[in-house]
Design a protein around this ligand. Structure first.
Ligand SMILES: NC(=O)c1ccc[n+]([C@@H]2O[C@H](COP(=O)([O-])OP(=O)(O)OC[C@H]3O[C@@H](n4cnc5c(N)ncnc54)[C@H](OP(=O)(O)O)[C@@H]3O)[C@@H](O)[C@H]2O)c1
Length: 323
């Protein structure tokens, strides 16, 4: 099969190349997918670059143990493992796999669900890890309720573009923060107010928020605190600092300590890849409650360009590789 492979860690254009390799074998609880579309998310860059370094404890110390990246997927089930009872060959699914930048990829049966008929493979592939993170950040971490005020920092990106739509659908008052050129996008997503981070601070606008979903910009916890209500909650989803040791994760490490000394709540998020929430995304997509913002699609042999486009901060919403 054709796949985008890497033998060493590094930047997309330095280490990725298209190659003919053997299709992957599947385990008893896995399915083999013929990949239609693969979402590009920041995790793909981290796994490709092997950064921050702790990533390598899982992916391989000196070089990647497996050659193909890409985890967000939409595809057709070609074969099922011996213990898989929920899916059959021919099913059109979407979810999370290993090695989506290829013609075929293996996925745990528990990490893919049926793709609704009214949702395209590109839309579905764009709506897996990013939307799962937005859903869990607002629902499980922030415990957002109707009528509450939420600030989404990084509202124009993969996670943020879903967070704005989900929070609006739940009846929250949404303020989105992004850069100047993406203000129109965040408004179109449904944000009630938009802050331009090149000109404004999170405390501008004279509002305190019941919840902050922090997806970009790496503001300190003390800084976030100033924009929260006395019992508000800040959810640290991520940020790209370029740090090779912790890569922006240090704020999440501090959240338990901050929560100890204030009436506000601080929490880090690590999204959970589970069937029930993927099913929930299928329902939200099918009903039109969320619609992925597709910035651009790239063919498989331009996967390096797709990853670099996201890494350069140019994407408005999601980037998808079409196979
Ligand atoms: N915890 C988890 O389980 C989990 C899951 C998924 C992703 N993540 C992490 O979450 C982060 C975002 O992921 P993503 O896929 O949404 O990335 P993305 O699509 O590249 O979006 C990044 C967002 O950050 C915003 N941003 C950049 N600089 C900013 C600043 N100074 N102030 C405010 N916003 C700023 C960008 O807005 P502009 O372009 O408008 O400036 C953009 O909206 C990454 O670090 C990723 O690793 C964590």
């Amino acid at each position: 099969m054709r796949a985008v492979v890497q033998d060493e860690y590094g930047e997309a254009h330095d280490v990725l190349r298209v190659a003919e390799i053997e299709p992957p074998a599947i385990g008893d609880d896995e399915v083999l997918l013929r990949v239609h579309a693969a979402g590009v998310e920041r995790g793909a860059w981290h796994l490709m670059a092997g950064l921050p370094y702790p990533v390598r404890a899982v992916t391989g110390l000196r070089a990647p143990k497996t050659p193909v990246r890409g985890r967000e997927v939409a595809g057709r089930v070609e074969a099922v493992g011996a213990r898989v009872e929920t899916l059959k060959p021919g099913d059109e699914v979407f979810g999370i796999c290993e090695g989506a930048f290829a013609e075929f990829a293996p996925a745990k049966a528990a990490k893919v669900v049926l793709r609704p008929d009214n949702v395209t493979p590109v839309q579905a592939a764009a709506t897996t890890i990013s939307a799962l993170t937005a859903l869990q950040g607002l629902r499980d971490s922030a415990k957002l309720e109707s009528g509450q005020h939420v600030l989404v920092i990084g509202a124009s990106g993969g996670v943020g573009s879903f967070a704005v739509q989900i929070a609006k659908a739940w009846g929250a008052h949404v303020t989105g923060m992004c850069t100047t050129g993406k203000v129109d996008l965040v408004r179109d997503l449904g944000a009630d107010d938009v802050l331009d981070h090149t000109k404004q601070d999170i405390t501008d606008g004279g509002r305190h928020y019941d919840a902050i979903l922090d997806i970009g910009g790496h503001r300190t916890l003390r800084h976030l605190r100033r924009a929260l209500t006395p019992r508000g909650c800040a959810v640290i989803v991520g940020s790209e600092t370029g740090g090779r040791l912790l890569g922006g994760f240090q704020r999440a490490l501090w959240t338990p300590f901050m929560s100890l000394v204030t009436s506000q709540r601080f929490t880090g998020l690590i999204s959970s890849e589970n069937t029930a929430d993927l099913q929930e995304l299928a329902t939200l997509l099918s009903a039109g409650t969320i619609t992925p913002t597709i910035d651009q699609t790239f063919p498989l042999d331009r996967t390096a360009d797709a990853i670099q486009h996201l890494q350069d901060g140019r994407a408005r919403g999601k980037v998808v590789v079409v196979i």
